[in-house]
Design a protein. Structure first.
Length: 685
């Protein structure tokens, strides 16, 4: 667990501190000194009596007690050093910068384990090894540049990769993004991203803590912990954006060689982030722009006004917002007509509001006031204002800053001339402002943030299922794929609608059952896992003769033990499945059947348990959602029934965690009912 000695130490020692600031041990000391660490600062160095003006101990045993040790010496020497510090010097927090541990070799992993054991046994905490360090308002224990402006209300940033942390800060700082705490966790031998998020959650103070958390993750080793603390922080009013790298197969290989750990399945990550309310980002620019949106007041509605003196960017911005599902509504009201009279002839207030290349700072102020106070059908503004270099923009940006302080609606500034108007932009940023240099990047970030749902309930209410019956079926069956009769009973016990059916082993019963179910019927083999592939599904069987003929043929198919007969149904094919992902738990997948799932991979996933709100979001997030809603006069599918099936499946999985794989493929659905016609269930005990 993170302790206060790590965050607010009274004393720090740099073990292996050096005069050479091109080495980690030299640079971290320099950063600590430049960052004006207020406590006692010590150095150990085998050769030098003094390092960067600080007395150095040649023998660590001679040092006084110290709260935090930053270690930058060879890996093989570290276990003993940590022993001395932990046992004799009361050191309770460690940052190990050195590499050469589990990321490198088996011997390295052994050293790492020894260190963790020592630190655990004395109740200390450890960041690293193989990390770049941490930045807090009290100490700059990091050996890399850049060092951002640290402010309590800046972003808290936890990174699984030190270099990536640098590059992300490098990209954010020029836009005015500030940081509060930065943690690079390296190998996460003891504290990883999940533990630091836990710390941010447990120590969250609504009056002083930052509300923006950024994560760069290569390996989610404790998904449930991540879910718990991310959603808890978001419920407390925070906003979280995260990159989970290693989502493609090739990406996963790169990540595993990097951190010595395997990447988790990507669909499960999507499901986890959606459940927690985390905005998922794919790259540095994406993360920086979402973080910058987070640093502004929340967008409460989706209608934006674009205010500009340049047509092109406004058009691109409008396109990006509209394509993403946000609105740039046409403005035409008495108030807008009045506004038009205050602008130069040729201006437009129809939205985008274009007040021409000659537009003045004063006009900008007037426009913002009108949009803020008198345009009721606008929720927020984007102001795009640069310069081709003919005049200075100080007055414009001063007005913009002043209006951002007082306006009730969020204002997002796009200042594109970061070179030509560099001075003015920097002046704007010095007032604790953030710039979005590119309007389309801003628009995409706004879309992403707006359409990321808040965390779903921790313990959703699920429909009642027959727990006793489910347990007796599961306990009474062997591992592997279970029989059609057991599947029927399980679906019935869970209240998941299925078609009536009969399983027969002789021709006479087949004929009788077909008659009883009513023609046309469907005949399927029992035994083979993929029935159609072996010619084991016959649709639309209309009479007794066909039943006889097909029975004789199908019963000969390899591995066939019986024939299943069902009524022939119609409807849109749907897919609902469940899968057990190690550490994540059960994941439920949903989509339209057939080509939608196979070719277009149009599937949405959720982590069980899934309540009504999350089930509805899963349904709505499909690309093919319009088909479920009903298109071109065709009736859609009852979405409440779909959500109910997802929730019932979730309830079934809670009672029967032994279910490792479950496929309802397809269910046939229409406006009145949704019925499973094929189901496969595999259990593991
Ligand atoms: P498998 O997936 O093992 O090949 P299915 O039972 O899913 O076998 O049948 C294959 C396809 O036949 C289904 O995807 C569906 O299109 C159709 N089908 C199956 N059962 C019925 C039924 N009772 N009514 C209408 N169509 C059906
Ligand atoms: Mg099937």
């Amino acid at each position: 667990m993170v302790n206060n000695f790590l965050i607010n130490p009274r004393s720090i020692v740099v073990v292996g501190g050096s005069n050479e600031i091109t080495k980690p041990g030299g640079k971290v000391l320099k950063n600590l000194i430049d960052g004006h660490f207020a406590g006692h600062l010590y150095v150990t160095n085998l050769k030098e009596p003094e390092v960067q003006g600080i007395k150095s101990f040649q023998d660590i045993n001679e040092m006084p007690q110290v709260d935090l040790a930053i270690i930058a010496i060879a890996a093989k020497l570290i276990p003993e050093t940590v022993e001395i510090l932990a046992r004799k010097k009361e050191t309770k927090a460690f940052i190990i910068l050195s590499a050469g541990f589990s990321e490198e070799s088996k011997e390295g992993a052994e050293l790492e384990k020894q260190i963790v054991d020592t630190i655990n046994s004395t109740g200390g905490c450890l960041i690293g090894p193989n990390c770049t360090g941490i930045l807090t308002p009290s100490h700059h224990s990091i050996f890399t540049y850049p060092i951002p402006k640290l402010e309590p209300q800046g972003c808290d940033f936890i990174s699984g990769s030190g270099a990536t942390a640098c590059f992300i800060m490098e990209a954010g700082i020029p836009n005015g993004l500030t940081f509060a705490n930065v943690f690079s966790v390296g190998n996460s031998a003891q504290l990883g991203v999940e533990e630091l998020l836990e710390y941010l959650d447990n120590s969250f103070d609504p009056a002083t803590s930052s509300r923006v958390k950024l994560l760069y993750i290569e390996n989610i080793s404790k998904p449930q912990k991540l879910l718990k603390h991310a959603s808890s922080l978001i419920r407390k009013g925070c906003r979280i954006a995260a990159i989970k790298a290693g989502s493609s197969d090739a990406g996963s290989r790169a990540a595993s060689s990097h951190t010595g750990a395997l990447a988790s399945s990507d669909v499960a990550v999507d499901a986890l982030f959606r459940k927690a309310g985390i905005v998922r980002c794919i790259g540095r620019e994406d993360l920086i722009s979402v973080a910058s949106v987070f640093m502004h007041p929340e967008l409460k509605g989706k209608r934006l006004a674009i205010i500009t003196h340049a047509g092109g960017p406004a058009v691109m911005c409008t396109d990006a917002l509209s394509n993403g599902g946000l609105d740039v509504p046409h403005i035409d009201s008495p108030a807008s007509k009045e506004l038009l009279t205050k602008l130069f002839p040729g201006s437009s207030v129809a939205n985008p509001i274009d007040f021409l290349a000659t537009g003045t700072a004063e006009q900008l102020g007037t426009i913002i006031d009108y949009v803020d106070q008198r345009f009721d059908d606008i929720d927020a503004m984007i102001v795009i204002f640069g310069t081709p270099g003919l005049f200075k923009l100080f007055d414009v940006y001063t007005v913009l800053d002043a209006k951002m302080k007082t306006a009730l609606k969020p204002i997002f500034p796009v200042l594109p001339s970061t070179l030509t108007a560099g001075e003015e932009v920097n002046d704007f940023l010095s007032k604790d402002r953030i710039n979005f240099p590119d309007e389309v990047v801003l628009a995409k970030a706004l879309v992403k943030v707006f359409y990321t749902a808040k965390p779903f309930e921790e313990v959703p209410t699920l429909p009642q299922v027959d727990t006793v019956k489910i347990r007796s079926i599961i306990d009474g069956t062997a591992e592997g794929y279970i029989s059609p009769a057991e599947i029927q009973s399980l679906l019935d016990a869970a209240g998941i609608p299925r078609t009536g059916e009969a399983v027969v082993t002789d021709k006479e019963t087949a004929k009788a059952e077909a008659q009883r179910l009513g023609f046309p019927v469907v005949m399927k083999v029992v035994g083979p896992v993929h029935k159609s592939d072996v010619g084991g599904v016959v649709l639309n069987v209309k009479n007794i003769e066909t039943v006889e003929r097909e029975f004789e043929r199908m019963i000969q198919i390899k591995e066939t033990t019986a024939i299943l007969i069902q009524p022939m149904l119609s409807g849109t094919e749907l897919f609902v499945g469940a899968n057990f992902e190690a550490k994540f738990g059960h994941m439920i997948l949903f989509g339209l059947g057939g080509i939608f799932i196979e070719v277009l991979k149009d599937v949405s996933a959720g982590l069980s348990p899934i309540g009504k709100a999350e089930a509805m979001t899963m349904i709505k997030s499909l690309k093919s959602y319009k088909i479920i809603e009903g298109v071109r006069g065709q009736k859609g599918i009852d979405q409440n029934i779909l959500a109910d099936i997802i929730m019932r499946l979730s309830a079934l999985l809670q009672v029967a965690p032994e279910i490792r794989e479950l496929d309802l493929n397809p269910l046939l659905g229409n406006a009145d009912k949704v019925v499973a016609v094929d189901a496969r269930i595999r259990i593991e005990k």
